[in-house]
Write a protein that binds this ligand. Structure first.
Ligand code: DGL
Length: 277
């Protein structure tokens, strides 16, 4: 075992989950798989997304991780159950945790969800939230251009604000008090959401589904809340597309000072074996 936790996203979105993980967990290494060559997942078919997720979970298992987090809502929608059925190591998604968190904090029981087209269409959030509280009204909007802006590292403030505002306007007069950032690319720009709501004088709780999912990972791995840092912590990044493009976004999003980092290009043909097993 490599004493590591695996994280998987279609691209750079999972960095928002990695951020939560390194804030809370100091005694583990991390292995991150970003399938940037095949992203965006949000416009792909459920079958493709399921297969990509099975491949990713097999890849991370081969890296010897103790547990994997599917740090992608779209992949969680279509690939979590299939991956949990196929592999016998712990695999977590993030949707049920985002749902639990949002149901807990809403007062007026009106929740907004933004995600990829595929996540919104799947109605996985709707069904999970309804199963927790059938009286909640959930409205969802797909924001594909926001995914791409974050993936490309286009963080210029005005540009970001314009994209986010355009989408939030789509909710019209729906007076939600809670919004789920139901795509891991979105918590990367959580501050832009905060600023917009502040300017508009609106008190909206912003849910990052990664929060409870990392707590759950800690429970499964028996990691104490005040876990002691280990020396020479590593984060190994495996990227299927352009490694330099990924680094460009990574460097703007996370300060990984103090970690030993490695970057690897992954050839997708090495994934063929996982679907055959
Ligand atoms: N970050 C992913 C999510 O949480 C999906 C982005 C994409 O590839 O479309 O849904």
């Amino acid at each position: 075992m490599s004493n590591a936790i695996g994280l998987f996203d279609s691209g750079a979105g999972g960095l928002s989950v990695l951020k939560k993980a390194i804030d809370r967990i100091h005694n583990k290494n991390f292995v991150y798989l970003g399938d940037t060559k095949r992203m965006p997942y949000g416009v792909r078919s459920p079958e493709e997304i399921k297969n990509f997720t099975i491949e990713a979970m097999g890849f991370l298992q081969d890296k010897g991780v103790d547990l994997s987090v599917i740090a992608c809502n779209t992949a969680t929608c279509h690939g979590l159950d299939a991956s949990q059925n196929r592999y016998d190591y712990p695999i977590l998604g993030i949707i049920s945790w985002g749902s639990i968190d949002s149901v807990k904090v809403t007062h007026n029981r009106k929740i907004a969800l933004i995600g990829t087209e595929s996540t919104v269409k799947s109605k996985v959030y709707d069904n999970t939230i309804k199963s927790l509280d059938s009286g909640i009204e959930l409205r969802s909007i797909a924001c594909p251009d926001l995914v791409l802006a974050v993936e490309r590292g286009e963080f210029e403030e005005k540009h970001m604000e314009k994209i986010i505002r355009n989408h939030l306007n789509e909710f019209g007069d729906f007076d939600y008090d809670t919004i789920i950032l139901g795509c891991t690319h979105f918590p990367v720009v959580k501050d832009s959401f905060k600023k917009i709501y502040k300017k508009d004088n609106r008190n909206v709780k912003i849910i990052n589904p990664a929060h409870l999912s990392i707590e759950r990972a800690m429970e499964i791995l028996s990691i104490e809340k005040d876990n002691e840092p280990i020396d020479n912590r590593t984060i190994d990044f495996y990227i299927t597309g352009d490694v330099e493009a990924f680094k460009h976004t990574l460097n703007q999003v996370l300060d990984l000072n103090g970690f030993k980092l490695s970057f690897h290009q992954v050839d997708l043909s090495s994934f063929d074996k996982y679907l055959k097993k």
